[in-house]
Design a protein around this ligand. Sequence first.
Ligand SMILES: [Zn+2]
Length: 184
Amino acid sequence: MRCPFCHNPDSRVVDSRETDEGATTRRRRSCPGCGRRFTTVEEAVLAVVKRSGVTEPFNRSKVIAGVRRACQGRPVDEDQLAVLAAQVEDAVRCTGSAEVPSHEVGLAILRPLRDLDEVAYLRFASVYRSFSSAADFEKEIAEMRAKRASVAEIASADLPPPVIPRAGGSVSADAPPGATDPIG
Ligand SMILES: [Zn+2]
């Protein structure tokens, strides 16, 4: 970062702290040329547009809070929630847009949550997609099973063993696919 006083092209960070729940980072910098100090604020350009039209910075903590509610009583720990939030942020950033509608953040949550915990996924999806009947759950579960079956199919295809991904972490080695199905 260039010094704003003497335009020295280099400066040294002497202090760095996150503010606003990590949405911004403030850095105190020192110029080796003139010795003066200045502060920079780094802020993610990723903004979430809420249904009301209000925009706010993307915030992993909010993703975690929402998903944590769906994970109550489920074997999901804080580390896994943190990883999921990072995956969601990556997915949202990959859209390449500086402003993302909040429902797209919700969509980005669904996939990693399905991989993490199917019950939590169904809870989250039921609220997020406004399930109105048991039939909505049945449809979602059928889709989940179809996806899992296609993953198993890919895993048992003709690729050499070392590169084959396991067909879902919940299927143990001595059980056939589907035997550990928590839904059925
Ligand atoms: Zn300077």
